[in-house]
Design a protein around this ligand. Sequence first.
Ligand SMILES: NC(=O)c1ccc[n+]([C@@H]2O[C@H](COP(=O)([O-])OP(=O)(O)OC[C@H]3O[C@@H](n4cnc5c(N)ncnc54)[C@H](O)[C@@H]3O)[C@@H](O)[C@H]2O)c1
Length: 329
Amino acid sequence: MLKFAIIGAGRIGGVHARAVAGHPAGELALVADPVGDAAARLAAGYGAASTTDVADVFASDVDAVIVGSPTPFHVDQIIAAVEAGKAVLAEKPVDLDLARADECVAAVGDRADRVMLGFNRRFDPGFAEVRARIDAGEIGEVEQLTIISRDPAAPPAQYLTNSGGIFRDMTIHDLDMARFLLGDIVEVTAVGQNFAEDIKEIGDFDGAVLTLRGANGGVATIINSRHCATGYDQRVEAFGPRGSLRAENHTATRVQFFGAEVSGASGPYLNFFLERYTEAYAAELDHFITSIEAGKAPSPSLWDGREALALADAATRSAHSGGTPVTLG
Ligand SMILES: NC(=O)c1ccc[n+]([C@@H]2O[C@H](COP(=O)([O-])OP(=O)(O)OC[C@H]3O[C@@H](n4cnc5c(N)ncnc54)[C@H](O)[C@@H]3O)[C@@H](O)[C@H]2O)c1
C-alpha cells in the first residue's frame, strides 16, 4: 500500500485523486494547494487531509507525491520530494526551460529511479498496444509514424501567454509519443500555422506540422491544431514493411447510425483529456505503484521528460525560423 500526497488541486490534481482513490494499493492521505480552499475541497471528496502549505507534504509520512502544480513549480517540488525520501509522479512538462530541467535531473541524480513523468498517453490502451505489437515485430521496423493530435478548442489567452508556446505545452505529448514508438529522434523540422489572430498576437501558433527524423531512419509526422470541430482528435498510425498499426479516436459508443441523411455516425470524439484518457491515467498510476513497490524504475522517466522538452525547444526554433531543420546534439 502506498500513501500519497497530491500537490496542486486543479484539473490534473482531480484526475490523479480519482485514480489513487480507485487503486487498491493507493491511499490519498494529503492534498496541498496554496490557493483558496482548492486543497480542502478536493481532499474532502476522498476523506484526505488538506493543507495550504506545500512544505507540509515533504514533512509528512506519505510514501509518494504527485506533482500536479503549475509547471514553474515542478522542479523545486520534485527535488524537495525526492530529498524528503518520497517517490514522485510529476506532471509534464518538467519545466519550460531546458536548463532548469537539466538542473532537476542533476539534483535528483541516482534517485531518478523513484521519479516518473506523467506522459499519460503511453498508457492509453490503444497506443500501448501499438507499441507492444511493434516490439513483437508484427509490422517490421517502423518506417513512417503519423501522430494526429488536435484539441477541441484553444485555452484562454492568459493560459497561452504563460504556456511556453504550442510545442512545449501541447506538442510535448506527441514528441514523447514519437520517442515511445520510433525511438531516438535526431532532427526536427516544424512549420507553425496562424489562423487565430489572438494567438498570433502573443507570438504563438495555433497549428503545426512537424517532421522528426529518427535515428533508425524512420520519420514521424506530428499534426497539431488548437481547435477541432469534431472534438479531441487523437490518432496514431505506425507503418512498416509488413503492414500498419492504427489506434483511432474514441467515441461514446461503438455503434454506428445509418439513416437517410447520414451513414456511419457514431457521435463526436470523446471531448478532451479527462474523458479520452481516463483509462490511461489509471494505468499510469498502476504502473507507478507497481514499479515503486517492486523497487523498479518507473517509465517514462525524468530523463524522458527532459528529452521531450529538448525536442519541443528544437521545434520552437525550427518553426520560428520558417521551418529550418534543427539537428539534436
Ligand atoms: N498529463 C496531462 O494530461 C495533463 C493535463 C492537464 C495538465 N497537465 C499539467 O498539470 C499541471 C497543472 O495543470 P492543471 O491543468 O491541473 O492546472 P490548474 O490551473 O487546473 O491547477 C493548478 C492548481 O495548482 C495550484 N497551485 C498554484 N500554485 C501552486 C504551488 N506553488 N504549489 C502547488 N499548487 C499550486 C492552483 O491553485 C491550482 O489549483 C501543468 O503542469 C500541466 O501542464 C497535464
